[in-house]
Write a protein that binds this ligand. Structure first.
Ligand code: BGC
Length: 736
């Protein structure tokens, strides 16, 4: 095994990439995650610990945030009195007499979910120590964070002071979410409890520094800390472990949160770090058994696909069906932890195929939030379930109506919460995709069908009958540069697909689960008249299409706007919209992201014959500026299916670089979850051509980049693991 294909590494230290790398080096376990900030802190860092489901709408804030939890990471060292750090108080490289960093290397082991940092450090006294920090958020025991610091006296006999802290002085940017903070320090055990100031979530953290030396604990401000001082002989090494346990009142009753954390900590300390670590690594091995994709012939692609899967897995709720994955996973504060269509159309598919139980949890989140979707429909004068564009813990619409203040003090109206309505269909799409691949009829009967049917009820009430056809006005399609347009072809065509699926699903329910069919017919009021209307809409929906050019029209009027040759704006690190300004680009044909191309990805040949698909590509690809990170991977996927090898690979590389190379410049806000899931789909659905054939059986239709030799991967199909491989020149190994 080539270690470097499983390791994200930084060598030497890149201070200019501080916030970017904090995101990349995040560790997590689907319950909580910590950005890769340093134990001793660093100026300008964005130290963030996120726990799924803990949202709060602080007074004065525009919207709800996923709350930055107290920081469990701090572990500070003094070597002969010299503070261990990478820069001095002026934020410049350490120079004697402040000590000196002689060497630095950081590695994130994707296969084991362990982050390791090694630093060779010289104290002002001249003593040299080698310090190795390790951390992992246990995948086996999701409440547990394990840290270790190993200090070796390389030269000299230094006195070492170690201080461990739970830092409660945390915010989301400027916003404070925690109140009622209690901090305790008792022996070597630290504890904090805090309550979010609007939503009332209670979080408890208990932590122990396991040191062979005497330790002293106290509370400073509202943060507890413990320190221990000892001397090392030349070449002596010592390891200290810090275990931290996190609970919230989403796990146990509010008055038991801290006590539960304490008792859990006790048990973890008794188990010992070696056992905790092997249990953690075993869980990772189980994840990778089905989630690894092996690419021979392209190390960059190989690494990128492991990296993306690592990030999806550390954000994926394993044991909780009331939370979902936000647009920036659990690795940053971008988009405030809100859940978008990114989850269902981009992140869920790789999980359906490789970790179906997690995909089910994510879909159950939408099931549990049907009441919020129904409230939104009602509030807007519609029937059924209309999912929020941005969703949090309540399931209510949480899209801000206004942007943050611009430079000139103005705010921009954000319309997506009002009119980006395709999300209801995107969720139905994911439910049906899950069902087809897993054959989980039980889920479908009890939960999934209600989502698909009640969102269909919404559309039945939403479409407008006009001049003998059906239309949908005032929409935002995937291309968000063009707001509140009439008859987005993406939306109209997907609604037709949705209603067709809903009718077929109802037929299936009637024949295989008549009780559920009867229940849902009654509860959702699926009268014959309503179903007739769905059939009528399917027949008469307006699908904007140019007969002469044989292309789908993104929306009527699109081609009347200014044409801007997007391909001339190269090289560029920002969107064409950012270059030309909001005003001009929204009145132009510049497209933010795959829109008609997204429709092609979702419906494939069902949308149109190949020549039309190719015409669509030739029309829309040159007009797209990929201002959204969701765009390149979808283009890679579609280009691969169209046999456009060069464009497919170029878009694949672009997508792979979004987080790794920071080619959109905003990775500090968190991993682009949708781009990650999209990259996987470009690989598996695009290059490998995995699909369900007419009989509903998995089939491959590879179109690998010319320099790739082989791709092998595992998928679950109806509860069975199937190991698949495709090679160049094309050979497909039979389905096991
Ligand atoms: C994209 C949306 C996406 C959102 C969150 C926006 O920039 O246009 O499609 O859902 O970001 O990732």
């Amino acid at each position: 095994m080539l270690r470097r294909l499983w390791e994200l590494s930084e060598f030497p230290f890149h201070p200019e990439k501080l916030n970017h790398y904090e995101t990349l080096f995040t560790v997590g376990n689907g319950y909580m995650a910590m950005r890769g900030t340093f134990e001793e802190g660093y100026p300008g860092e964005i130290a963030t610990t996120l726990v799924h489901g803990i949202y709060n709408h602080a007074a004065g804030a525009l919207v709800t945030d996923l709350v930055n939890a107290p920081n469990p990471l701090p572990l500070r060292l003094w070597i002969d009195g010299t503070p261990f750090r990478l820069v001095n108080q002026h934020h410049t490289a350490l120079q004697p007499p402040d000590g000196a960093v002689l060497g630095y290397r950081r590695r994130l082991q994707l296969d084991h979910g362990v982050l390791i940092r090694e630093v060779l450090f010289r104290a002002a006294s001249g003593s040299i120590v080698r310090v190795v920090f390790e951390r992992f958020a246990s995948l086996h025991d999701v409440h547990l964070l394990v840290q270790r610091v190993r200090i070796t006296a390389v030269d000299g006999e230094p006195e070492i002071r170690v201080e461990s802290r739970l830092d409660t002085d945390v915010t989301n940017g400027e916003v404070r979410h925690w109140g009622n903070i209690q901090a305790e320090a008792d022996g070597a055990t630290l504890a904090v409890q805090a309550r979010t100031n609007q939503s009332g979530y209670v979080l408890g953290m208990a932590s122990r520094l396991i040191s062979p030396y005497p330790a002293e604990a106290r509370v400073e401000g509202e943060s507890p800390l413990v320190s221990s001082t000892f001397r090392l002989r030349q070449e002596e090494a010592v390891s200290l472990d810090k275990l931290t346990v996190v609970y919230t009142n989403r796990d146990v009753e509010a008055d038991r949160v801290l006590d539960t954390a304490r008792r859990h900590l006790q048990a973890s300390v008794a188990a010992g770090c070696e056992q905790l670590r092997s249990a953690h690594e075993n869980e990772w091995a189980r994840y990778w058994d089905t989630s690894d994709v092996q690419i021979e012939g392209d190390d960059y692609a190989q690494f990128a696909v492991r990296f993306l899967m690592y990030h999806l897995l550390i954000a994926a709720p394993r044991q909780d069906e009331r939370v979902s994955i936000g647009a920036k996973t659990l690795s940053g504060l971008g988009y405030k932890g809100h859940v978008f269509w990114d989850t269902e159309l981009f992140i869920v598919p790789p999980l359906i195929l490789t970790q179906p139980q997690i995909a089910r949890n994510l879909l159950m989140y939408r099931y549990h939030n049907l009441p919020g979707a129904r409230n939104k429909a009602r509030a807007n004068g519609y029937e059924g379930a209309m999912y929020p564009w941005e969703s949090t813990d309540t399931g209510e619409e949480t899209t801000p109506q206004w942007s943050d203040e611009q430079e000139d003090g103005s705010r921009i109206r954000i319309w997506t919460g009002d009119t980006e309505q395709h999300i209801s269909t995107d969720i139905a799409y994911a439910v049906l995709q899950y069902w087809r691949w897993t054959g989980d009829d039980d889920f479908m009967r009890r939960y999934g069908a209600e989502i698909v049917l009640d969102t269909a009820v919404f559309w039945g009430s939403r479409v407008e009958a006009r001049s003998g056809r059906y239309e949908i006005s005032q929409q935002i399609g995937p291309d968000e540069y063009h707001e509140n347009i009439d008859n987005s072809v993406f939306t109209n065509r997907m609604v037709v697909w949705h209603l067709e699926q809903a009718l077929q699903l109802l037929d299936w329910l009637r024949s295989s689960a008549p009780d559920d069919a009867a229940r849902l017919t009654a509860v959702l009021n699926l009268t014959p008249a309503r179903l007739d209307r769905w059939r009528d809409i399917i027949q008469k929906m307006y699908i904007p299409f140019d007969d002469e050019r044989q292309i789908h029209i993104q929306f009527p009027g699109f081609f009347d706007m200014e044409y801007i040759p997007v391909q001339h704006y190269q090289p560029r690190a920002v969107s064409v919209q950012a270059i030309l300004g909001h005003k001009r680009s929204i009145q132009s044909q510049v497209i933010k992201q795959a829109d008609v191309v997204m429709l092609m990805a979702l419906l494939g040949d069902e949308l149109a014959p190949q020549p039309v698909l190719l015409n669509n590509w030739n029309t829309y690809y040159p007009r797209t500026d990929h201002g959204s990170s969701l765009s390149p991977a979808v283009h890679a996927w579609v280009a691969a299916r169209l046999g456009l090898d060069e464009a497919a690979y170029e878009m694949f590389e672009h997508a792979a670089g979004i987080d790794l190379e920071n080619n959109k410049g905003n990775v500090r806000d968190g991993i682009h979850g949708a781009a990650s899931g999209g990259l996987w789909q470009a690989l598996i659905f695009g290059f490998c051509g995995l699909h369900l054939d007419e009989r509903g059986e998995p089939a491959l239709d590879p179109r690998l980049p010319a320099h790739w030799k082989r791709v092998s991967f595992t998928v679950y199909y109806r509860g069975e693991k199937r190991r698949l491989a495709v090679t160049n020149p094309v050979m497909v190994t039979p389905m096991a």
